[in-house]
Ligand binder design. Structure first.
Ligand code: DLZ
Ligand code: SF4
Length: 509
């Protein structure tokens, strides 16, 4: 009996489990729909990437002889969400007797999908997303009963499970983790290698025009879109990274530099998270480069850790803890998001750089996300809901399964330490150590209470002081609290007054 196979915008992989089950009688549905395109105000590049990649993917399926129902944005009256799209597809081929899809990446949409069985009176089959290495049942087994769900132990399990960078039962090189070799600042005279850019073809050009017209008020400029939109181009982009950038990726993973949005980062999360790249293939390429002596161990291990460690871990955690996870707000952070998160006009050079890269590329790298925009939101107590929606909207690689744990848990500590053993709160000194931003800033990173003092400094102490009841006993913050407590009362009062003043004029910074 023929079935309807629904493929979502971030499921564009030939190896997708539901596609493996497709026969030529089945109908495959891909739909550009208003609800998915607007549940947050997505960056224009994210919408172009997905719509264009969906159109390219559908074209290949058609060429392979599959029946495809492709709904272009705004072309079918009454089709505004995925449920409408399924209803429409069922009218196109009446003999369809069941619906099949691979598990989606967001709880919100999963709830909608689970209603289809009753709604349409058809059998619904949701397959595990085997594009991830760690099945959700495996993660749940690992997590069950554990007091602390630390990534490092999960990661070691995944190394053993995959055999990546292993010598028998032992990790390659003797250590599991070379994180401490991933923290060099960017040298002044080093020029990063640019990631590959792709010129839009006719399909992408058509989508760019559509997005310009329909999403004019969203972040970004359509004209500068240059991401790959096919698996073939995405693989080329990744091989370019392995060949040209990976060797230095390890050393400079945490570095930031003025007007250098990419440094030696791969940018390939954008492709991996919508299905254009395959995680096992990527890891094998990186391991091979190491085995052939082309890249050092700290680079290969650092990269593989992001994929089989961190990425699989946050996905497992998301599904393990949803839906309750989304409403956590341990530090009671409710302050409105300042407008410069959207337009980037601020005198704080670090924030301006992180937001500028976000506006231009729907991308900023992990330290900008964690230690600049994330850290500022943490210190200033910005609304967890507004901040998480912002990250979900503005990054081309963001879907809730990956965005929520990284933002709510890692950056904002709103889960009270499920994910991170301490808040990643830092003063301007950290940003100064890892970047050259402070040299190009209107504020002075060494000052705390003066008019031109770096806003991160007073906010950092204020953050510790105002959250003392929750964080004061955390052993990983004991040094920070000891430093705060040994200050004189006058000093403390001046710092807290400066922080209060800063918070009262957040929009003007
Ligand atoms: C993010 C996104 C956007 C912008 N548009 C669509 C769309 O029109 N059709 C679609 O199938 N998927 C889209 N997506 C991706 C979905 O939101 C994504 O599949 C879910 O959030 C689950 O991760
Ligand atoms: Fe950012 Fe402060 Fe450095 Fe300016 S001085 S770039 S605000 S950390």
């Amino acid at each position: 009996m023929a079935k309807l196979i629904v493929i979502l915008g971030d499921q564009l992989s030939p190896a997708l489990p539901s596609l493996q089950q497709a026969s030529q009688q089945d109908l495959i549905l891909l739909a550009e729909v208003g609800s998915e395109a607007s549940y947050v105000k997505h960056h224009k590049h994210k919408i172009i990437l997905l719509f264009s990649a969906m159109r390219h993917f559908a074209r290949v399926l058609t060429e392979q002889g599959y029946r495809v129902c492709y709904i272009r944005y705004g072309t079918e009256a009454g089709v505004n969400n995925m449920t409408d799209a399924v209803r429409f597809a069922l009218t196109q081929q009446p003999a369809l007797s069941s619906i099949m899809l691979t598990q989606c990446g967001e709880y919100r949409l999963q709830q909608e999908i689970l209603s289809w069985q009753q709604h349409f009176g058809l059998q619904l089959t949701v397959l595990d997303d085997e594009r991830f290495i760690c099945a959700l049942t495996r993660f749940a087994r690992w997590a069950k009963g554990k007091k602390q769900l630390r990534m490092e132990y999960f990661y070691r399990d995944m190394r053993r499970y995959t055999g990546l960078l292993m010598q028998g039962d032992s990790p390659e090189g003797g250590n599991w983790n070379y994180d401490s070799d991933n923290r060099k600042a960017w040298p002044k005279d080093l020029a990063p290698t640019a990631p590959l850019h792709f010129s839009p073809d006719a399909i992408t050009a058509e989508v760019m025009a559509l997005v310009e017209q329909q999403f004019a008020g969203n972040m970004g400029t359509t004209a500068t879109f240059s991401y790959a939109v096919t698996g073939k181009d995405a693989r080329q982009a990744f091989l370019h990274f392995v060949d040209q950038q990976l060797a230095q990726f390890g050393d400079y993973q945490d570095a930031m530099a003025l007007n250098q949005p990419f440094l030696q980062h791969s940018i390939c999360s954008v492709y991996l998270n919508c299905g254009l790249l395959d995680v096992r293939w990527m890891c094998n390429k990186v391991e091979q480069a190491y085995q052939q002596g082309k890249v050092p161990l700290n680079a290969a291990e650092g990269f593989i850790r992001q994929l089989i460690g961190w990425r699989e871990y946050v996905r497992g955690l998301y599904w393990f803890l949803m839906p309750g996870y989304k409403s956590r707000n341990q530090l009671n952070a409710h302050r409105p998001l300042p407008a410069y998160y959207w337009h980037g006009k601020t005198k704080m050079r670090c924030m301006q750089q992180a937001v500028q890269s976000t506006i231009e590329h729907a991308y900023s790298h992990h330290i900008q996300r964690l230690m600049v925009t994330g850290n500022f939101a943490l210190l200033a107590g910005l609304s967890v809901d507004e901040v998480t929606d912002w990250y979900l909207a503005v990054y081309a690689d963001a879907y809730e399964w990956v965005e929520l744990p990284n933002t709510l848990g890692m950056a904002l500590y709103a889960d009270g330490g499920v994910l991170a053993s301490k808040p990643y709160a830092a003063s301007g000194a950290y940003i100064n150590r890892m970047s050259d931003y402070c040299k190009h800033c209107a504020y002075k990173v060494k000052l705390t209470t003066e008019d031109d003092a770096c806003p991160f400094n007073a906010l950092y102490w204020d953050f510790l002081q105002r959250n003392q009841a929750t964080l004061g006993q955390n052993p990983r913050l004991s040094l920070a609290y000891a430093n705060w407590h040994k200050r004189s009362d006058n000093d403390k009062a001046a710092i807290l007054a400066k922080a209060a003043d800063t918070l009262s004029k957040l929009e003007q910074l």
